[in-house]
Write a protein that binds this ligand. Structure first.
Ligand code: BGC
Length: 779
C-alpha cells in the first residue's frame, strides 16, 4: 500500500504536474468571454457552411486556403500572378493588397460569376491606422491611452476600406515591444500587456463594428501570433526564447483580449519560439488558441511564413513545410503558394486527415458568411469616393494626433518661464529641420494616404503666424546635408524669437524590416541641433519617429521637447494647436524611453534582481555600489519612464486609499473560477488635483506589485488607467474597482491564480512615481 501511495506521489509530482505546467490544462483561465452569437461565433451560419462544404471538390477546398498578393507587394515576391485564371478555377480564397472598388469588384466578378461554386473572395489589406485618412501610427494612437478614441479610429478606417471592397484588415498588431531597436514597435501599443489588451480589444470593436456583416465592417486580424516583438537584438524576423510563464503573462494577453472581443482572424508570426517556428507551433496555435481560448476563426500565415519553415530548418521541402504548418494550425497560406501546390496531395495520401482540411475550410467559409459576402460580394463603386476623408474623419484625425503628442520636457528658459505653450509675444519663428514640411514622412502604414491630403507642420504654422513671420529652412536632410545648409539654419535661427526644430527619422526607418542598431538622430541632425541651440535662442524640439530616440544631449540642453511620433494627415494643425496652447498635451509614453541603446531591451514591468539598484550613480565604485545589477557606464533608469508625459498644467496626486487591508486568495480564486472578473475585489482611489491654471486631461494610472509569490513578479504592473478632464484648480477622486485578475498571476504551475502575497498599489501619473498603498493577500 505504502509503495502504491509513494508511486502515486511520484507520478503526481514528477509526471502530472509538469504536464499540467507544460500544457496549461486544468488551470484557471484568465477572464474570458468569447462572444457567442455574433460574427464568427454566430452558429446560424454553420448549416450554410456545411451545405457548401459538401459540394466542394478537394481542389476547391484547398483553393479556399490559398491567399495571394495581387497589388503592391508587402513582402518578397507575390507568390504567383495568374490570378484571373486561378480565381475562375476556384483556386484562390483570398487576395491582399488590392485597394480600389474597381479592382476588387473586377476580381470578385470572376469568383462569383465564373467559378463553379460562386464562392466570393475576401479582400484583405493592412488597414492599420487608417486607409485614405491617415491617423497617427499605432504607437502614437496608444500614447493617447484613449480606448474610445482608438475604437473610433478603427471604425473610421473600416468605413473607408470597406467602401473599396476591403473586408479584412491585417490589424491590430498586438505584439508586446520591449526593444526600441525593433522597427515594428511603431505598429503596436508598446510594452505593456494590460494597456496592449485594452487597445487590442478597442481596435477589434472598431474594425468589426457591432455586426461583422455590416457593409462598413471589416474582419480584424490580431497579429503576429506570437512573441514576434521579442526578436533577439531587435532584429526583425529573429529568434525568440520565451518561457511559458513569460509568454502567458506578457505576450499572450493582448491576443486573448482580441479573441475575447470577437476578432475573426489571427495571423501566425515569422519568429521561432523556443525552437519551434510560430507558424508551425502546435502549443500556441492549437493548445492555447483553440483549446484554451475557444477561437473559432481563421489562422492566416504571415507573408510566406509557411515557405519560410524551410529556411528555419524544420522542413526540407514544400510538402513537409505544408504538413507542419497546416497540422500545427495554420488554416490559410499567405503568398507562399505551397498549400496550392501540395495540400491536396497530402490529403489524398492520408498525411493530412480529410477532417482537418474540412475544419480549416469551414473556418474560411464561416468568415465569408459572417461578413455577408455571399449576399453582398461587391462594393458600390459610386459610394467609394464619398466615403473617403469625410470631415468628421479628418477632425477625428486631428483629435487623435493632438492626444498622441507626448511633452517630454518643458523647462524654464532664459526668462524663467517654460517656452511652451508659446506666448502671444512670439512674433517671428524659425522653423528648421528636414521634417517640418515633409508629408510623405508623416505616416507609416495607411497605404492609400496622399501627400496632398496632409497638412504639414510648416503649412499649419505659416497659416497661424503668417508667412512673413515664419522663416523656414531645412538645415539638413534626414540623412546627408551640407555645410552651407547648416550655416543657413544657424543664420535663420538668429533672426527669430523662437526656434522650432523638426527632427527625427523618416518613415522607412521604422516599421517592418527597419531595425536599427543606433537610436540617435540620423545624418547630420544632431550637429544641426547643437549648432542651433548654440545660438542661444529658445528652442523647441519636435521629434518625429516610430520609436523613442536616444538623445541625452538634447534632453540636457534643449528646454522643450515633444515626441510627435508620425502624426498623420493632421500633423500640422495638431502640432500648432498644441504648441500654442489651444490643446494641452495629454499623451503618455507606452514604452520606456532609453538613455542609450545598450539599455535595450528596456521595460518598466521588469523583475527585481537579487541585487536591485535604484538609479545608482555609475561613477561610484564603492563595494556597496559595485556588486549590483547595473551598468558601470550608464544609469539603469530610463530617460523617461513608461506612462510619462507632461502637460502645461501641474497635477497633484493624493494618497492611494484602499477599501480593504486584506484579501483572501481563496476568495479571489473562487471569483476567478466563476469567471466573475467584473466583481470588485478591492477599490483603490486617490484624489487628483489640477494645480495649474489651464484645463488639463490627465491619464491616471494604477500599478500593482505582488511580493512573496511562487514566481517572481514585476516591480510594477499596470492594472488600470483612466483619462480624466480637470478644470484649473479642480480635484477629482479617481476610483478603480479592481477585479480578482488584478491580484492574480501565472504561477509556478502556469496556472492563472491568486496566491498569498504582500501587495503594493500605486495610483500615479506614471510608472515611477506615486504614493503606495498596501494590502495583504492571505490564504
Ligand atoms: C507583415 C504583416 C502584414 C503582411 C501583409 C507581412 O510582411 O509581417 O504584418 O500584414 O505582410 O501585408
Amino acid at each position: 500500500m505504502q509503495r502504491l501511495l509513494a508511486a502515486i506521489f511520484v507520478y503526481a509530482t514528477l509526471v502530472w504536474q509538469p504536464l499540467v505546467a507544460q500544457t496549461g490544462k486544468g488551470r484557471c483561465t484568465p477572464p474570458a468571454g468569447v462572444p457567442v452569437g455574433t460574427g464568427i461565433y454566430d452558429l446560424s451560419v454553420d448549416a450554410k457552411v456545411e451545405a457548401l462544404l459538401r459540394k466542394m471538390t478537394l481542389e476547391e477546398k484547398v483553393g479556399q486556403l490559398a491567399q495571394y498578393s495581387a497589388g503592391q507587394p508587402t513582402g518578397p515576391g507575390t507568390g504567383r500572378t495568374d490570378y484571373e485564371d486561378m480565381i475562375a478555377k476556384g483556386q484562390i480564397g483570398a487576395l491582399l493588397n488590392i485597394a480600389t472598388a474597381k479592382d476588387t469588384n473586377a476580381l470578385q466578378r470572376i469568383a462569383v460569376e465564373k467559378s463553379r461554386l460562386h464562392v466570393p473572395i475576401v479582400f484583405g489589406l493592412d488597414v492599420v491606422n487608417g486607409f485614405r485618412t491617415e491617423f497617427p501610427i499605432p504607437l502614437g494612437l496608444a500614447s493617447t491611452w484613449d480606448t474610445s478614441l482608438v475604437e473610433q479610429v478603427a471604425r473610421a478606417a473600416a468605413r473607408e476600406a470597406s467602401a473599396s471592397g476591403i473586408r479584412w484588415t491585417f490589424a491590430p498588431m498586438v505584439d508586446i515591444a520591449r526593444d526600441a531597436r525593433w522597427g515594428r514597435m511603431a505598429e503596436g501599443a508598446g510594452e505593456d500587456p494590460f494597456l496592449g489588451s485594452e487597445m487590442a480589444a478597442a481596435y477589434v470593436r472598431g474594425y468589426q463594428g457591432s455586426r461583422l456583416d455590416g457593409s462598413d465592417s471589416i474582419a480584424a486580424c490580431a497579429k503576429h501570433f506570437v512573441g514576434y516583438g521579442a526578436a533577439e537584438g531587435g532584429r526583425d524576423y529573429n529568434t525568440t526564447e520565451i518561457s511559458e510563464h513569460t509568454l502567458r503573462q506578457y505576450y499572450l494577453p493582448p491576443f486573448h483580449a482580441a479573441v475575447n472581443a470577437g476578432a475573426a482572424t489571427i495571423m501566425s508570426a515569422f519568429n521561432v519560439i523556443n525552437g519551434v517556428p510560430a507558424s508551425a507551433n502546435p502549443f500556441t496555435l492549437q493548445q492555447v488558441l483553440r483549446k484554451e481560448w475557444g477561437f473559432r476563426g481563421v489562422v492566416d500565415s504571415d507573408w510566406e511564413a509557411v515557405g519560410e519553415l524551410i529556411p528555419h530548418g524544420i522542413a526540407n521541402d514544400g510538402p513537409t513545410a505544408v504538413r507542419k504548418g497546416f497540422l500545427a494550425g495554420v488554416d490559410m497560406d499567405m503568398t507562399s503558394s505551397l498549400y496550392h501546390d501540395h495540400l491536396a496531395q497530402l490529403v489524398r495520401s492520408g498525411q493530412i486527415p480529410q477532417e482537418r482540411l474540412d475544419e480549416s475550410v469551414r473556418r474560411v467559409l464561416r468568415l465569408k458568411f459572417a461578413l455577408g459576402l455571399f449576399d453582398r460580394p461587391y462594393t458600390d463603386e459610386t459610394r467609394e469616393a464619398a466615403a473617403m476623408l469625410r470631415p468628421e474623419t479628418i477632425s477625428l484625425a486631428r483629435t487623435a494626433a493632438e492626444r498622441s503628442l507626448v511633452l517630454l520636457k518643458n523647462s524654464p528658459g532664459a526668462n524663467n518661464a517654460p517656452i511652451l505653450p508659446l506666448s502671444t509675444d512670439v512674433h517671428d519663428i524659425a522653423l528648421i529641420g528636414p521634417l517640418a514640411d515633409d508629408p510623405p514622412n508623416m505616416e507609416l502604414l495607411a497605404k492609400l494616404g496622399r501627400n496632398e491630403d496632409l497638412i504639414s507642420f510648416r503649412a499649419a504654422l505659416s497659416k497661424h503666424v503668417g508667412e512673413q513671420h515664419l522663416f523656414h529652412v531645412k538645415g539638413t536632410g534626414i540623412t546627408g546635408g551640407s555645410e552651407e545648409d547648416l550655416a543657413a539654419a544657424v543664420a535663420t535661427a538668429g533672426k527669430a524669437d523662437v526656434v522650432m526644430l523638426a527632427l527625427g527619422e523618416d518613415t522607412g526607418m521604422s516599421g517592418e524590416a527597419a531595425s536599427r542598431s543606433k537610436l540617435g538622430l540620423p545624418g547630420r541632425q544632431q550637429e544641426l541641433l547643437e549648432k542651433v541651440v548654440a545660438t542661444g535662442k529658445p528652442v523647441v524640439l519636435i521629434l518625429f519617429s516610430g520609436r523613442p530616440l536616444t538623445l541625452p544631449w538634447a534632453f540636457e540642453h534643449v528646454p522643450s521637447v515633444m515626441a510627435a511620433w508620425f502624426p498623420g494627415i493632421q500633423s500640422g494643425p495638431a502640432l500648432v494647436r498644441t504648441l500654442f496652447g489651444e490643446s494641452n498635451p495629454s499623451g503618455r509614453l507606452v514604452v520606456s524611453w532609453p538613455r542609450s541603446v545598450g539599455q535595450e531591451p528596456l521595460y518598466y514591468n521588469a523583475l527585481s534582481t537579487g541585487r536591485p539598484v535604484d538609479n545608482a550613480d555609475p561613477t561610484k565604485s564603492s563595494s556597496d555600489d559595485k556588486y549590483l545589477s547595473r551598468y558601470i557606464d550608464e544609469q539603469n533608469s530610463p530617460q523617461f519612464p513608461f506612462g510619462y508625459g507632461l502637460s502645461y498644467s501641474s497635477l497633484r496626486y493624493g494618497a492611494t486609499e484602499l477599501s480593504r487591508v486584506q484579501l483572501k486568495a481563496s476568495s479571489l480564486n473562487a471569483m476567478l473560477n466563476a469567471r466573475s472578473v467584473r466583481e470588485t475585489a478591492l477599490t483603490a482611489s486617490a484624489e487628483v488635483t489640477n494645480t495649474g491654471s489651464r484645463a488639463a486631461e490627465e491619464v491616471v494610472q494604477l500599478y500593482v506589485r505582488l511580493q512573496g509569490t511562487s514566481v517572481a513578479q514585476p516591480v510594477r504592473a499596470l492594472k488600470g488607467f483612466r483619462r480624466i478632464a480637470l478644470a484649473p484648480g479642480e480635484t477629482k477622486k479617481v476610483a478603480f474597482d479592481l477585479g480578482p485578475d488584478a491580484f492574480a498571476m501565472w504561477n509556478d504551475r502556469n496556472l492563472f491564480a491568486a496566491e498569498p502575497a504582500r501587495v503594493s498599489i500605486w495610483i500615479s501619473p506614471d510608472s515611477a512615481h506615486g504614493t503606495v498603498g498596501a494590502v495583504e493577500i492571505v490564504p
